[in-house]
Design a protein around this ligand. Structure first.
Ligand code: CUA
Length: 196
C-alpha cells in the first residue's frame, strides 16, 4: 500500500517536472489557471449542492414496470388514491393513462404536507395543477414523486401538460383541497406495497 502510494506520488512529481520543463507563455499560463479555477468552482458548486441539497445522479430513480402496474403491490387498484400511514403522513398514489388520471377525483387536506406518487401506464404524461407549484413529468417506467402543500382550500383542475395523443386536451381530472379541520382521512388499510 505504502509503496503504491509513493509510486503514485513519484509519478505525479515526474509529470509536474515535465510540465514545468515545457516552455509556456506566461499569458497562456494565466489563462490556463483561470479556466482551471472556473472548472474547480463549478465542480465545487455541484459537490456542495449534492451534499447539502440532496442533488443526486439519476441512478437513484425508482423504476416500475408500466405494463404490470395492476400487478404491482403499490399501484394495484385498491391502493390508489389518498392514504394516511401510521405516523399521519399523507401519500397520494395516482396512475396516468390515455386519457385520464386514476382515481378520477381525490380529496386532500389543505396546509398539510402531501406526497404524490405518480406512474404512467402507457406513454409520457405530465401533471400540472394551476395556481399551485405542483407540476411534474410522468415518464413511463419511473415513479414520479413530488412533495407539496396546498395552502388554500378549493377545487383545482389537474391537467396533463405533455402531449400524449389525440385525447391529450381532454386529459384532466379534479382535486378538492379541503380545509384541514374538515378533512377526514379515508377509511382504507394502508398500502400493503409500501416502497421498498
Ligand atoms: Cu396525458 Cu397529455
Amino acid at each position: 500500500m505504502q509503496t503504491k502510494l509513493s509510486k503514485a506520488i513519484n509519478l505525479l512529481r515526474d509529470l509536474c517536472a515535465q510540465f514545468n520543463a515545457i516552455h509556456i507563455d506566461p499569458l497562456e499560463k494565466k489563462w490556463v489557471t483561470i479556466s482551471l479555477m472556473v472548472v474547480g468552482l463549478l465542480v465545487g458548486i455541484i459537490t456542495l449542492d449534492a451534499f447539502f441539497h440532496g442533488v443526486n445522479p439519476p441512478s437513484k430513480v425508482e423504476t416500475i414496470d408500466s405494463a404490470s402496474l395492476h400487478l404491482s403491490k403499490e399501484f394495484a387498484e385498491e391502493n390508489l388514491g389518498v392514504q394516511v400511514d401510521g405516523k399521519g403522513a399523507v401519500t397520494i398514489r395516482m396512475v396516468a393513462g390515455r386519457y385520464s388520471f386514476f382515481p378520477k377525483h381525490i380529496d386532500v387536506p389543505a396546509e398539510t404536507p402531501l406526497t404524490f406518487r405518480w406512474v404512467s401506464m402507457d406513454v409520457l404524461h405530465g401533471v400540472h395543477i394551476p395556481m399551485t407549484n405542483m407540476s411534474t413529468m410522468i415518464v413511463p417506467g419511473y415513479v414520479a414523486e413530488v412533495s407539496t402543500t396546498f395552502p388554500k382550500p378549493g377545487e383545482y383542475p389537474l391537467l396533463c401538460n405533455e402531449y400524449c395523443g389525440l385525447g391529450h386536451n381532454h386529459m384532466w381530472s379534479n382535486i378538492s383541497v379541503i380545509a384541514k379541520e374538515d378533512w377526514k382521512a379515508p377509511v382504507k388499510s394502508p398500502a400493503s406495497g409500501e416502497q421498498k
